[in-house]
Design a protein around this ligand. Sequence first.
Ligand code: NAP
Length: 255
Amino acid sequence: MSDKPLAGRVAVVTGASSGLGRRFAHVLSDAGAAVALMARRTDRLESEVAAIGAKGGRAVAIPLDVEDVAAIGPALDAAQDALGSISILVNNAGVGGDGMAMDMSVETFDQTFAVNVRGVYFGAVEAAKRMIASGVAERGEARIINIASIAAFNQLPGLSVYCASKAACASLTKGLAREWARPRIAVNAICPGYIETEINSDWFATEGGQKQIKGFPRRRLMDEDVLDEALLMLAGRRAHFITGTLISLDDGQTL
Ligand SMILES: NC(=O)c1ccc[n+]([C@@H]2O[C@H](COP(=O)([O-])OP(=O)(O)OC[C@H]3O[C@@H](n4cnc5c(N)ncnc54)[C@H](OP(=O)(O)O)[C@@H]3O)[C@@H](O)[C@H]2O)c1
């Protein structure tokens, strides 16, 4: 098999300015895909695009705030104009939505659902329309990969709103997979355990965070690269029989 299994494919990664999204953009590019990196912090996107370019990859930075639903379609059009027909969407942008119920603000609640649920849903819808129109779906190459969380199936401390949003993300993954089975768009989710990124680094620096890590069976957080294989499998050409699947990768943290 080619060492560039995604050669000729075009991928979009939302929330590519840091953490897991940044990693996903590099992994997809290293596998041969042209990649559109989207997020609000465009300076960070530009430096990742430069880093990918330096490795010989093809990438573009496209500003997108997924809370602005009307901006999602035009951002995908910009990606297609620059790179060609999209066949992989990684719906990764997410916010922590943390806080105890007694302290939760309406703004944080609404933002969590606007990014983690509404942004994922309309991102998928806008991508699916383009995958069908371009013929990518007909060729069996259309992949939507939502980044949910173990929070979809577990109550994590102080994260009830985040957990509800990720449960909704997991449910939508199955709903859209069912709805788009015929047009052959595969919709799946990766549900990671805790990996230290900007979303949680403040927490893990606290005594409570350190105590939580000691409570995990392996007493550790996961490394950023542990999702690479799952991502490549779901994006790959041979994965067209995998749809509506939620893949948990959590180092046993929830056992
Ligand atoms: N780290 C973990 O332990 C873990 C575990 C399970 C699931 N996840 C999920 O993995 C995904 C990535 O999180 P991460 O850990 O990599 O955290 P992160 O480093 O904080 O990254 C979050 C990304 O989402 C983007 N984002 C946030 N709001 C956005 C908006 N309104 N529009 C566009 N982009 C937005 C951010 O970019 P800008 O601020 O530049 O817009 C950033 O690139 C999230 O969905 C998270 O829930 C993380």
